[in-house]
Design a protein around this ligand. Structure first.
Ligand SMILES: Nc1ncnc2c1ncn2[C@@H]1O[C@H](COP(=O)(O)OP(=O)(O)OP(=O)(O)O)[C@@H](O)[C@H]1O
Length: 347
């Protein structure tokens, strides 16, 4: 199925120079070829046989100051590779990249002053140092003036409620506490751009909510531009107005979250619990799943009315329970990932 062209992003028409501009970005990796069997593998290794993998394949986008963008995609889509190029850790194979007017891989140190990076899976803090000492080291490293640093640290400690564990070594902190420490560390020198890679992974609901509130706050109050990579779509629903969806290194969608939902908007699910397990075949609706006696039918509410589908189902089956469910972002995204296409436009 061919993909519709990318939707112009939410800030199209913004005349300001973008904070981030990626144009035709490509990143290829060499990967050793695996020969058949042990001997084959050895031969391939000795011959230096390799494949090229295009982890990022002609990606272009602009991000303007103050935006909070979700950079999403299934495992292996190329998200981390893109973020690594934006932070200067990796050099693009082709294309151009500008972050606050700089080429990140050529001016890595200068770029580092403008960006904060937080990885949910791995801490940037010193494991054996108390948080307070890590903060001091970071302030020194980034040349934050003392008074200014004290003020910011105080504000962040307050905002993230960290006073009680500031003197504990990082290795003794819970995941949620460590995450708060990482976020504060990334914001101590007030970067213009914050990259968050899975910032809520593994956290309980309360801890997740605290992180989301903090991210929303630094974006709204300090105008910090945020690029958020996450598999938790509640993070996205809660925080992002714009999303960039990638798969196999290519942009599938770049635009407002509301527009994506509107495209999917006419779809409704009718969840039916039957007295006896059975498949349901009715006009205007498609059975999308069946688990025991629970069957889910999907229909377009602009083509068939819910009462008509319900009447057809109850005429043919003994029904114990039923409900009509509006689509959630998760359903939309999983449909895009599985079909590698956007839902049909309503228009
Ligand atoms: N250093 C590397 N050498 C070879 N291949 C790599 C390297 N880094 C990434 N890749 C490959 O590039 C592709 C994109 O990987 P990337 O880590 O960017 O995906 P991702 O979208 O961040 O995935 P996830 O959600 O699982 O973190 C994958 O096929 C991966 O195996």
């Amino acid at each position: 199925m061919s993909l519709p062209p990318n939707t112009p992003h939410a800030t199209a028409g913004n005349s300001q120079r973008p904070l981030v501009r990626a144009t035709g970005l490509v990143k290829e990796f060499r990967r050793a070829k695996r020969g058949e069997g042990r001997l084959g593998a050895l031969r391939a290794y000795l011959r230096g046989d390799h494949d090229m993998i295009r982890a990022v394949d002609d990606v272009s986008f602009d991000i303007h100051s103050g935006e909070l963008v979700g950079y999403l995609g299934p495992n292996g889509a190329g998200k981390s590779t893109t973020i690594k190029m934006l932070t200067g850790i990796l050099t693009p194979t082709a294309g151009t990249l500008s972050v606050a007017g700089r080429d990140p891989s050529r001016e890595r140190r200068a770029n580092a002053l403008n960006i904060g990076v937080v990885f949910g899976q791995r801490s940037q803090l010193w494991w054996d140092l108390p948080l307070r000492e890590s903060f001091r080291a970071i302030r020194d490293l980034y040349g934050v003036p003392r008074r200014e640093g004290d003020r910011r640290q105080h504000e962040l400690v307050d905002l993230l409620d960290m006073e009680e564990f500031l003197d504990a070594p990082v290795r003794q902190l819970s995941l949620g506490q460590r995450m708060r420490g990482d976020l504060a560390a990334a914001m101590l020198y007030q970067p213009r751009l914050l990259f968050l890679d899975e910032p809520t992974v593994g956290l309980d609901v309360v801890a997740k909510e605290r992180i989301r509130e903090f991210v929303a706050d630094v974006n709204a109050e300090h105008g910090t531009t945020v690029v958020l990579t996450t598999h938790d779509l509640e993070d996205v629903e809660r925080l992002c107005r714009r999303i960039v969806l990638i798969d196999h290194g290519r942009v599938l969608y770049d635009g407002a979250l509301t527009e994506l939902m509107a495209r999917y908007g006419p779809y409704r699910d009718l969840v039916v619990t039957l007295a006896e397990p059975a498949d349901i075949v009715v006009d205007g609706a498609e059975q999308v799943s069946r688990e025991g006696p629970v069957v889910t039918l999907r229909f377009r509410s602009d083509q068939v009315r819910a009462p008509e589908v319900i009447a057809a189902v109850t005429a043919a089956h003994a029904v114990v329970d039923l409900s009509v469910v509006e689509p959630r972002l998760e359903a939309v995204i999983s449909r895009i990932y599985t079909q590698r296409a956007l839902p049909q436009s309503v228009a």
